[in-house]
Each structure stands twice: as C-alpha cells, then as structure tokens.
Design a protein around this ligand. Structure first.
Ligand code: HEC
Ligand code: HEC
Ligand code: HEC
Length: 175
C-alpha cells in the first residue's frame, strides 16, 4: 500500500526546509523587489508541521488560530460554513472517504464545488480515483493547492465499521 501514516509532526521531528524565493522558479531571481518579500521559510516554519505538500498542516493552522485569514474582500459577501460530513467510497477495497464540508467551507465558497464539480446530493456523483489522479473532481485542488494525493489516509480516513456506526447514528438522529 502507498498509504503514509501521518501523525503529529513532532513524532517524526524532521527538519523542514523551503526554497528561498530566488530559487523557487516562480519568482524572477533578478528582480530587485524580491528582498521586500518575506522568505517562505521564515513565514511557514512557525506553522503546524506536515510531512507532505508545502509542509504546513493548513487545517490545523486555521483551527488553532495560528493563522487568521480574511474571509471576504467585500463586506456584502456572505460566509457560509457548513458542518456536514458526506461518506464516499462506502463499498471499495480502500477505507471509506469521509468528506468534511466544515474543513472545506472554512476556506471555500459553495460555488467553488457546486454544481460544476459535484452535485449537492448525496450519492449523485460518479467519483473515481482515476479521474482524481488525473486532476479532476477532488484532484482539481488536492495535489494542486491542497494536500497531495499521496496522502491516501487523509481522504480514506474511516474504516467501514466506523462508517456503519456513524451512518446508523445519523439515520437515528433524523427520525
Ligand atoms: C483527495 C482525496 C483522496 C485521496 C488523497 C486519495 N483518494 Fe482514493 N478515492 C477518493 C474518492 C472520493 C474515491 C471514491 C470513488 C468512488 O466513489 O468510487 C476514491 C476511490 C479509490 C479507489 C477505488 C475504490 C476502492 O476502494 O477500491 C481506490 C483503489 C483508491 N481510491 C486508492 C487510493 C490510494 C492508493 C490513494 C493514495 C495514493 C488514494 N486513493 C488517495 C479520494 C481520495
Ligand atoms: C470542496 C467541495 C465542496 C464545497 C466547497 C461544498 N461542497 Fe457540498 N458536497 C461536496 C461533495 C463532494 C458532496 C457529496 C456528494 C455525493 O455524495 O456524491 C457534497 C454534498 C452536498 C449536499 C448533499 C448532502 C446530502 O447529504 O444529501 C449538500 C446539500 C451540499 N453539499 C451543500 C453545500 C453547501 C450549502 C456548501 C457551501 C456552504 C457546500 N456544499 C460546499 C463538495 C463540496
Ligand atoms: C475546490 C478545492 C477542493 C476540492 C474540489 C476538494 N478539496 Fe479537500 N480540501 C481543500 C482545501 C483548501 C483543504 C484544506 C487545506 C488542506 O488541508 O490542504 C481541504 C482539506 C480536505 C480534507 C482534510 C480535512 C482535515 O481535517 O485535515 C479532506 C479529508 C479532504 N479535503 C477531502 C476531499 C475529498 C474527498 C474531495 C473530493 C470529494 C475534496 N477534498 C475536494 C480543497 C478542496
């Protein structure tokens, strides 16, 4: 299995490092404006550690208050945080995927996903790992701007037994 067990950063206690701006192949190394910018290492080393992607556990950074980004540019924009989990991949060989709306809508608007990427109806989407790996569906963001697809267990995060128990509890609560 390709799965990587990701526990708290200090268990591995590995040294994190980031390329300086003049070596990141994004910024023009000759630009005199470079020295006005903060180096990634200086900014990111203070945030909760991750072992993948850009080495910051962004959900934890937000929920712990380590960062406090502005939620909207225009005062009239309504911020909508939805506390709803959806279970995907409930009958595969891999563990179930519990998709958390909360951790997404802390960063994103409904319109970033609905309805062009996903229909807002449980079970209405034909998801496939192959398409995800091809940069579609969840892969539009994961592997691009959010944690990479090598972190299998962060999406395949729920055993079938846990899913069954939580699903039955949710059904009970609806009665
Ligand atoms: C960004 C979230 C995400 C990540 C990361 C991810 N998957 Fe998936 N995967 C999914 C979703 C969603 C499905 C559901 C497709 C469906 O409903 O059939 C899926 C389905 C699958 C399936 C087919 C169904 C099954 O269980 O047999 C396999 C195999 C699979 N993933 C393996 C992996 C492996 C291996 C990794 C790590 C290299 C991985 N996935 C990483 C979201 C993810
Ligand atoms: C990152 C992408 C993403 C964002 C952002 C997002 N959703 Fe979803 N939403 C999904 C996925 C994936 C599903 C699961 C669909 C499925 O089961 O096939 C879903 C399902 C739903 C459902 C169906 C729930 C059910 O149990 O039937 C509703 C309603 C919904 N979303 C509303 C919203 C609203 C309102 C917002 C904004 C506050 C939002 N979503 C933001 C991806 C997203
Ligand atoms: C529009 C962009 C977008 C799409 C599409 C998207 N995600 Fe995410 N996802 C994010 C961002 C941003 C975060 C938070 C930053 C991070 O953890 O990298 C996140 C975080 C997560 C988390 C982590 C929650 C935690 O507590 O650490 C899971 C699990 C997850 N996504 C699963 C999925 C699955 C499964 C799909 C497809 C059904 C999906 N995402 C589609 C952007 C997206």
């Amino acid at each position: 299995m390709l799965g990587v067990a990701v526990t708290s950063g200090n268990v591995f206690s590995q040294e994190r490092s980031w390329l300086p701006l003049n070596k990141d192949k994004v910024h023009d190394p000759m630009s005199p404006a470079l020295r006005l910018l903060q180096q990634p290492g200086e900014a990111l080393s203070k945030l909760p550690a991750d072992t993948a992607g850009n080495q910051v556990r962004w959900v934890e950074a937000l929920e712990s208050g380590a960062i406090d980004p502005r939620t909207n540019v225009f005062p009239e924009t309504k911020v909508n945080v939805l506390d709803l989990d959806n279970w995907l991949n409930t009958s595969g060989s891999m563990p179930v995927v519990k998709f958390p709306h909360r951790q997404h809508t802390l960063w994103l608007d409904c319109a970033n996903c609905h309805e062009h990427l996903f229909k807002s109806k449980a079970g209405a989407n034909k998801l496939s790992m192959l398409q995800i790996l091809n940069g579609e569906q969840c892969g539009v963001c994961h592997g691009a701007v959010s944690f990479p697809l090598t972190e299998c267990s962060r999406c395949h995060n729920t055993t079938f037994e846990e899913y069954r128990r939580e699903y039955l509890r949710a059904q009970e609560a609806k009665k």
